[in-house]
Ligand binder design. Structure first.
Ligand SMILES: [Zn+2]
Length: 162
């Protein structure tokens, strides 16, 4: 059983470390992240949600319809960085495995370009739109120590679900 940390665990609020080399340890952590994501039917997961203070995120591309060709199944983004944000932000309803039962409308860009390191250690980039772009922004927020409830400071509405 892999435990996903929940708010207000302070490990969810830390800026995470860069990953410059894809070591066997990093690969092992990624496998744990993918397992935790699938066990919880998550669309994405960030390393700090397992208490790993590293800049690694995973996304289940099978839950995303509008995506680049050839991206299916598990996608892993090491050291992801948003290089371009396109368009005007819109409010996207989001939930988070680390804040059960809460939905927040979060301002997201409709399109982002993200640079990242792949599992082979090569730097790549991807252009994401719609839900894929929103999930990338959500997970990249996590490795900056930012949660969806942090957007409430800006007066965004929230629903509490039971
Ligand atoms: Zn989350």
């Amino acid at each position: 059983m892999i435990t996903i940390l929940t708010h207000p665990d302070e490990r969810l609020t830390k800026y995470c470390m860069h990953v410059t080399v894809v070591t066997p340890e990093v690969r092992h952590e990624i496998i744990r992240m993918l397992t935790a994501m699938h066990m919880n039917n998550g669309i994405g997961l960030a390393a700090p949600q397992l208490g790993i203070a590293k800049r690694i995120i995973v996304i289940n591309m099978d839950l995303i319809e509008d995506k680049p060709a050839k991206m299916e199944g598990n996608a892993v983004f090491i050291d992801p960085y948003i290089t371009v944000k396109e368009g005007d932000t819109y409010l996207h309803k989001e939930q988070c495995l680390s804040i059960p039962g809460v939905t927040v409308e979060v301002p997201r860009y409709p399109e982002v370009k993200v640079a990242y390191t792949n599992l082979e250690g090569r730097r790549e980039f991807i252009v994401a739109r719609g839900l894929f772009a929103a999930v990338l922004q959500h997970e990249i927020d996590h490795i900056e120590g930012k949660l969806i409830i942090d957007y409430l400071n800006k007066g965004r509405p929230v629903d509490f679900l039971d």
